[in-house]
Design a protein around this ligand. Structure first.
Ligand code: FRU
Length: 499
């Protein structure tokens, strides 16, 4: 038999077109199914911690740990995104690239209003970024001093950056884990204060010009959880009943309350030199598995707004998104509350997006099962008393995500064991629990759901849980299960129509 070469070539060409179309449509369906609407995700590539967040002239700037060439962690850059409302984001060109000193690890940025650094030009305040440079060659060659602190500055409000010629500004003293500087202005001592994660503690440094730093003190060897390495700290003040308190947050990996990465915090006093914790209890900002490395924006005055990385180092590099990996949490305004003399840090959903479509109030006629869900949406429930209940989001192939409250244990929960794809990591398919911290006799529970994430705000923002999940078809139904009469529960669903 004679082979017609041109027909074979034609056939092969057709096959390759069909397979690339298939791959394309798979990619697009993955995009439609998993790319959130109200949470920042990079257009492509890998993302972890939020970095250098600041607010200026009506624009919120978010930088992030970014490896643009792959969907797994690699040489870190600072990616950049901007927003005016913290709901819709515009991804900007990459802000800071690795150089001969090292990759660009996590850090912070400040608006240097008084030009203390001298980087300002034309009377305009420079933005100064302070970050860790991680030297991979150093690490590979067995050195231990491969993490040093460097700075860069911007004269156009954070869009383009220049590296400081005198980097690094803090040299490694011979400690492997020496990173993630978070800097803020301390008004009482008129100094910049840097909080740095140093292995199993934080170190405080002070500076008058952001270039020369003096070690002030250490905190934490005997405080909080030590089941993992300390990373990405933050220090800021908040008022409670007109009294000023200092809050120190520290991310820890592993060792979180529901395994893996999580963020603990301490509430106490800080005098510009050292921090003293007011409690010996270990406290967690978020009991879910997916809120890590969260820090606050600079330059937002008394208001402290935090964003975290909505993933967990246990499985972040394996989650089933094709083009990009990871989203940020919703922005949250932090506040303090008190239960029986013990002080806690609460997180309120900061975004107040325009409500386009209110679907339901429970007035006895509406039943939760009758609703068709649109994504993203917010669910709120108000119950008189404290009875157990479980809300289930589901699709028509039997996958479901359950969340609710158990009155026997007095715990909130999110159960993602049957919520879709989980075979990428054996630790993923789990039920997570969180104590009810508030002790009021009625309950208000809010949840923001955005395709692949749920953020639970128990008791008007006292107990927080953030979890991600990956259904193979969208969840289109919602169902409420209680053992008692559910007419005493008022629920409401708000659909957001995204711009
Ligand atoms: C936290 C972290 C930081 C580090 C960065 C590297 O997730 O490990 O400590 O700076 O990620 O990407």
């Amino acid at each position: 038999m004679r082979i017609n070469l041109s027909r074979v070539i034609h056939l092969l060409l057709m096959l390759s077109i069909i397979s690339s179309l298939n791959a394309q449509s798979k990619l697009d369906s993955n995009e439609i199914l998993y790319r959130p609407a109200m949470h920042f995700t990079p257009a492509k590539g890998w993302m972890n911690d939020p970095n250098g967040m600041f607010y200026k002239d009506g624009v919120y700037h978010l930088y992030f740990q970014h490896y643009p060439d792959s969907t797994v962690w690699g040489p870190m850059h600072w990616g950049h995104a901007t927003s005016t409302d913290l709901i819709s984001w515009k991804q900007e060109p990459i802000a800071i690239y690795p150089d001969s000193i090292g990759m660009i690890f996590s850090g912070s940025a400040v608006v240097d209003e008084n030009n203390t650094s001298g980087f300002g030009s034309n009377g305009k305040a420079p933005i100064v970024a302070i970050f860790t440079q991680h030297n991979m060659e150093g690490e590979k060659s067995g050195k231990i001093d491969f993490q040093n602190q460097s700075i860069a500055y911007s004269n156009d409000n954070g869009y383009t950056w220049k590296m400081y010629a005198g980097n690094p500004v803090i040299h490694n003293p011979g400690i492997k884990d020496f990173r993630d500087p978070k800097v803020m202005w301390h008004e009482a001592t008129k100094k910049w204060i840097m909080t740095l994660a140093v292995k199993n503690k934080v170190s405080f440094y002070s500076s008058s010009n952001l270039k020369e730093w003096k070690h002030e003190s250490d905190f934490g060897i005997n405080n909080g959880s030590h089941d993992g390495v300390w990373e990405c700290p933050d220090l800021f003040s908040l008022k409670l009943d007109n009294r000023n308190f200092w809050v120190l947050t520290v991310s820890i990996n592993p060792g979180g309350p529901n395994k893996g990465s999580a963020t603990q915090y301490f509430i106490g006093e800080f005098d510009g030199h050292s921090f003293i914790s007011g409690s010996s209890k270990t406290k967690w900002m978020d009991f879910g598995a997916d809120n890590y490395a969260g820090v606050t924006f600079s330059n937002t005055g008394d208001q402290k707004i935090s964003i975290g990385w909505m993933s967990n180092w246990m499985y972040a590099q394996q989650v089933p998104t094709n083009k990009w990996r990871s989203a940020m949490t919703s922005p949250r305004e932090l506040y303090l509350f008190d239960v029986n003399g013990e002080r806690y840090l609460g997180s309120k959903l900061f975004t107040k997006p325009e409500i386009k479509n209110i679907v339901l109030f429970n007035d006895g006629a509406n039943k939760l099962e009758d609703i068709t869900l649109a994504n993203p949406f917010k669910f709120s429930l108000l119950q008189e008393g404290l009875k157990s209940f479980s809300i289930s989001l589901s699709n028509d192939i039997g996958e479901h995500l359950d969340f609710g409250y158990d009155s026997v244990t007095n715990q909130y929960f999110i159960d993602r064991t049957n919520a879709g794809v989980h075979n990428f990591n054996s630790e993923f398919s789990e039920k997570h629990i969180a104590p009810r911290l508030f002790n009021g006799r009625n309950m208000v529970l809010g949840a923001l759901i955005d395709k692949t994430s749920i953020e639970l705000f128990g008791d008007i923002d006292c107990t927080i849980m953030t979890d991600i999940f990956f259904p193979t078809k969208p969840f289109t139904k919602i169902n409420l299960q209680t053992k008692t009469d559910n007419s005493k529960m008022n629920y409401r669903i708000t659909n957001y129509l995204m711009p």
